[in-house]
Design a binder for this molecule. Structure first.
Ligand code: NAP
Length: 302
């Protein structure tokens, strides 16, 4: 194997330690800790497990954590009132609404009701606009793209002047990471291309990439011959391609695959993220970082 593995599982630990230390310092100096509320509507098992992981991580770094579970038949009006309550709660710095919401609730309306200064997911149009403007305007970069940027920077990969090719143009990964990598500043300043299903010759673009970020949701979409030797390959894709029995627990678990043929690509790339264990662990980590930032903005120490 030639490529260096870029492990979100390891980089997550570094960042969570940094956050824990900073939370303790702020508590000592200002007498407050970041407050994060997770609002869960209904009992979707996948949503419960995501929320549980977020709660555990928030506890670990020393946040005040509020879990607000609501019945699946809560009305949109009542959910909006709940958001308003947390918008006005001084002890809460981050509001998180676990998606998906039941069909009778307009998700967009609910997410847009979150105070942009507590929108630690970074999906509110105000924060999308701030991200586009860049520089000191950016408050909460969306968590998965922010995690991708951390993986690249902390691996020591040069971004200034690098050819970055992003596969996929979704609002949660492709567009924001492309926007972040082209900003003038550290960890970015790259020349960015986005490819998608309308692109004529995807291979020719990927072959130019010093940093190839793939977020399409198509297993093995990127062929090994599309990878420039020595490139940094960030595979965001998480595709369930089957099931297996876990050796640890004896329970059935999903077999996950990325969008890149890992076994072949690792022989060509200089850096590569595995799936799982690459980008995945970074998303919740960056959610913690955004929540800490929210408190720091409030205290005027950032
Ligand atoms: P999405 O909303 O479905 O967007 C996929 C994008 O990829 C679209 O822009 C689509 O192009 C493009 N695409 C799909 N097939 C393509 C093809 N054959 N050739 C070129 N472009 C293609 O997906 P997403 O939400 O961005 O997520 C992408 C993947 O990342 C998924 O596997 C998801 O599970 C994973 N993900 C992981 C994390 C994490 O690890 N924390 C977080 C978010 C997402 P068009 O726009 O032309 O349709």
């Amino acid at each position: 194997m030639s490529a260096k593995l870029v492990l979100g599982t390891e980089i997550r630990e570094q960042i969570l330690e940094e956050i824990t230390k900073e939370v303790a310092e702020i508590k000592e100096k200002h007498g407050v800790v970041p407050g994060l509320v997770t609002i869960l509507v209904g009992e979707n098992p996948a949503s419960i497990s995501y929320v549980t992981l977020k709660i555990q991580t928030a506890h670990r770094v020393g946040f005040k954590e509020v879990q607000d579970s609501q019945s699946v038949d809560i009305s949109e009006k009542d959910l909006l009132a709940l958001i308003d309550k947390y918008n006005n709660d001084d002890s809460i710095n981050g509001i998180l609404v676990q998606l998906p919401l039941p069909k009778h609730i307009n998700e967009k309306k609910v997410l847009n009701a979150i105070d942009p200064d507590k929108d630690v997911d970074g999906f509110h149009p105000v924060n999308v606009g701030r991200l586009m403007i860049g520089g000191s305007e950016v408050k909460f970069p969306p968590c998965t793209p922010a995690g991708i940027q951390e993986l690249i920077v902390r691996s020591g990969v040069e971004t200034k002047g690098a050819e970055v090719v992003v596969v996929g143009r979704s609002n949660i990964v492709g567009k924001p990471i492309a926007n972040m990598m082209l900003q003038k500043g550290p960890g970015a300043n790259s020349t960015v291309t986005i490819v998608h299903t309308g692109t004529k010759d995807m291979a020719s673009h990927c072959k130019r990439a010093d940093i190839l970020i793939v977020a399409a949701g198509v297993p093995d979409l990127v062929k090994p011959e599309w990878i420039k030797p020595g490139a940094c390959v960030i595979d965001v894709g998480v595709n369930r391609v089957g099931e297996k029995v876990s050796e640890k627990t004896g329970k059935k678990i999903a077999i996950l695959k990325g969008d890149v043929n890992f076994d072949a690509a690792k022989e060509i790339a200089g850096y590569i993220t595995p799936v799982p264990g690459g980008v995945g662990p970074m998303t919740i980590t960056m959610l913690m970082k955004n929540t800490l930032k929210s408190l720091k903005y409030k205290l005027g120490i950032i």
